[in-house]
Design a protein around this ligand. Structure first.
Ligand code: FAD
Length: 292
C-alpha cells in the first residue's frame, strides 16, 4: 500500500510521546519539518507507516546557552541561523553550522527543515549533520526510562535509522565549548541537490597562531561520514600551503565514496580532499589566523 498514514498523533508531554511511539512500534514515524518524508513518499520506504507522530507540542524549538549550546530538535534551521548570526563570537565558533544552513537551497526549506530531522536522517549527504559532527555535537535522547546523551556519530547509525530504542526520540543537540572557529564547504552538481562532497572543519588556535585542536568531518556521497580528530598533520602547525596539501591527502585517503551515475568514486575522493582543504583554510581565516 502506498504511503498514506491514517493518523497524526500530537502528544502533549514527553511521556505521552514515548507511550505512543512504543505502542505503534514500526507503524509510526516521527515527523518534524517533513521535508525528507515528503521526498521519500513515493520511494516505497514509508509504505508500512500508519501514523505520523508530531512532537511540535513538546517545546523542542529553542537555541540557548553560551558555554554549552543546546538546540531543541524541532528548531527550524532558519531560527538556528539567526541565533548564530546575531553574535560575532557565535558566528566564528558555529560558523560551519551557519555555512551549512545557508548552503541549502532557499529559505522555504530552511524554514521547514529542523535540526533534529537533519541529524535523524543519518545521511553523510546532510550538510547540517556534517557541520554538527565537526562541532562535536552530542544527541540528547528522551525515552520511557528518562534521558541519555550519545555522540552524534553513534546516533547517526544508518540512513533513516537512527540509534533509538523503543519509545525514544531525539530531543536536543548539545555543543559543548563552542570556542575557536569553524567553516563548511561543499561541492554540488545542481543547486537543489545534496552535495557530492562536503567538509566541515573546527579549529581552536594557540596563542602563537598554530592549531591547538581540530576536528574535520567529511560528508556528501560517502558510505559513511568520517570524523578526523586533531589530525597530526595539523595540530601544532600553521596551516600553510604545505600543511593544507597534507590535509587534502589525508581526507582523500579517509573516505569510502559512492560510485554512481552522479560521480565516480575517484572524483568524489578527490573532492573530499579539496573540500577538507578549503574548510580548514576558511576556519583558520575565520579564527583570525594568518599563514602568511
Ligand atoms: C529540495 C531539497 C533540498 C535540500 N538540500 C539540502 C542540502 O543541500 N543540504 C542539507 O543539509 N539538507 C538539504 N535538505 C534537507 C534535508 O534533505 C532533509 O530534508 C531535512 O534535513 C530533514 O529535516 P526535517 O525536519 O524536514 O525532517 P523530516 O522530514 O520531518 O524527518 C526526517 C527523518 O528524521 C526523523 N526525525 C525527525 N525528527 C526526529 C526526532 N526528533 N527524533 C527522532 N527522529 C526524528 C523522521 O522520522 C524522518 O525519518 C534539502 C531538502 C529538500 C526538500
Amino acid at each position: 500500500m502506498p504511503f498514506r498514514p491514517s493518523k497524526v498523533i500530537l502528544p502533549a508531554t514527553r511521556e505521552e510521546a514515548s507511550e505512543s511511539l512504543e505502542a505503534l512500534g514500526g507503524g509510526a514515524v516521527i515527523i518534524a519539518g517533513g521535508t525528507m518524508l515528503f521526498r521519500l513518499r513515493d520511494s516505497g520506504l514509508l509504505d508500512h507507516v500508519e501514523a505520523l507522530v508530531d512532537l511540535s507540542r513538546l517545546g523542542l524549538s529553542y537555541v540557548r546557552g553560551d558555554a554549552v549550546v543546546a538546540i531543541g530538535s524541532y528548531t527550524p534551521l532558519s531560527d538556528v541561523y539567526r541565533w548564530i548570526a546575531s553574535d560575532p563570537r557565535r558566528g566564528r565558533a558555529l560558523g560551519a553550522l551557519a555555512d551549512a544552513i545557508m548552503s541549502m537551497p532557499g529559505w522555504q526549506i530552511r524554514n521547514m527543515a529542523t535540526v533534529g530531522g537533519s541529524a535523524s536522517i543519518g545521511m553523510p549527504q546532510s550538510d547540517i549533520a556534517t557541520s554538527l559532527l565537526a562541532l562535536g555535537a552530542r544527541a540528547r535522547i528522551s525515552g520511557p526510562s528518562g534521558e541519555r546523551v550519545v555522540d552524534l556519530r553513534d546516533y547517526m547509525a544508518a540512513p533513516l535509522s537512527p540509534s533509538l530504542g523503543s519509545g525514544e526520540f531525539l530531543s536536543e543537540l548539545v555543543i559543548e565549548q563552542p570556542i575557536g572557529a569553524s567553516a563548511h564547504e561543499k561541492f554540488v552538481v545542481s543547486d537543489i541537490d545534496h552535495p557530492i562532497a562536503s567538509a566541515s572543519a573546527h579549529l581552536a588556535l594557540a596563542d602563537d597562531g598554530s592549531v591547538a585542536s581540530a576536528r574535520i568531518a567529511l560528508g556528501g556521497g560517502l558510505r559513511r561520514s568520517v570524523v578526523l580528530e586533531s589530525p597530526r598533520a595539523l595540530v601544532g602547525r600553521v596551516p600553510d600551503e604545505g600543511v593544507l596539501e597534507e590535509i587534502q591527502g589525508l581526507a582523500r585517503d579517509s573516505v569510502d565514496p559512492l560510485d554512481d551515475f552522479v560521480a565516480s568514486a575517484e572524483y568524489r575522493r578527490h573532492l573530499a580532499g579539496v573540500m577538507a582543504r578549503r574548510a580548514v583554510a576558511r576556519a583558520y581565516a575565520r579564527a583570525g589566523g594568518s599563514a602568511r
